[in-house]
Design a protein around this ligand. Sequence first.
Ligand code: PLP
Length: 449
Amino acid sequence: PTAELQAADLAHHLHPFTDHTELAGEGGPRIITHGEGVWLWDSEGRRLLDGMAGLWCVNIGYGRPELGEVARRQMDRLAYYNTFFKTSHEPVVELSERLAGLLPDGLDHVFFANSGSEANDTAVRLVRNYWARHGQPERHVIISRRHAYHGSTILAASLGGMASMHDIPGIPVPGIVHAEPPYSWEAGADLDDPEFGARAADAVEEAILRAGADSVAAFIGEPVMGAGGVIVPPPGYWKRVQEICDRYGILLICDEVICGFGRMGEWFGAQSYAIRPDVMTMAKGLSSGYQPISAVAINARVAEPLLDRVGRFPHGFTYSGHPVAAAVALENLDIMARENLLGHVRVTAAPALQTGLATLRDHPLVGEVRGAGLVAALELTADKASRRPFDPAGSVATRVRDLCFERGLVTRAVREGLVFAPPLVISQDEVGELVTILKSCLDDVWAAL
Ligand code: PLP
């Protein structure tokens, strides 16, 4: 019974990123029971269109029996063995080889972990290891960006640039410098303006110089910033950031935890923006969330101290390359290829989502609609001309989000905006339903203001 589950949850379960007083005030969490395609059902039988693919991760959609079958077979055969020291197993070998075939040229070696946070921690250890093995241990600073989200471990939270994540003593740890993101809405700029693209990229150089170029190990960024509010790079941004990294010899880490595995219409966001990363981190869509697994891919430059020199890199997780997770990831990649989900995103889903949301541009609450591939954001504003936000205390975005939930649509509020990242399998009709529900909620919140 729902009420019993809710009471037990309130009594014992600590939720990530949750205001527990608010949760208790609402009588406990909504209990999600099952899913199919882009749809979820709760314990009271209500159906929800999942406009967020869980946490930007259920790329192939819910309810794929093949993945359960693969997991079961792998558990029966070899439920666990580690990849430390000198052992390996079929699923991890096959997955490494498969990823090397999909990754942009040059990224040939893959290390596995369980979460995006661990992948980003690993990336930082790898790039710092690279410079230390090259006799430059002072090159340890990582340039990241304000508003970014890179995970929740102490290091990943430090890499992130959300003020709320730094509101705990000891975070950010030393050695992280944050640059301004290419956030046109906040900067009062036009997203399509190449001049803004150049200026935004120059913010990365400013951060490098602030840190001291000789102390910088790497720059980390998502091709399109996701949880930070779907911050889409303006024209020329990535080309110039790449040039800046090259000029200072700084390694470039692409966090592909959200952009990877089809969300941008290519296997990786780096391919959509012609970025040449030295290191790439991935998670979420690697298994479409069916198993916890993440990976870090590196090029020959970063791999050289690991592969060609005597000595070991003291880093790894008990479940690095877990056989069941690796087998499930492989099946997930098979499904993506078999169903041509990248093509579906490019030809159907992304155009439907972007044009559908664009119809809300003139809504009195909406200041901007932006997106890339199958992620999008609506920026809400109290005044379109000045881009003035609503009073954050009475967050209008949160009200729209909550009403959407009641009317059967999952979205997420980020600052005074709403973000969308549905499963890649979403159909044109389902996008239509998403837009219809969203519009009715915007209308009613607007009317009630
Ligand atoms: N990097 C990005 C871009 C993310 O969006 C996230 C999670 O949302 C992470 C890293 C952290 O991944 P995880 O929650 O698996 O640790």
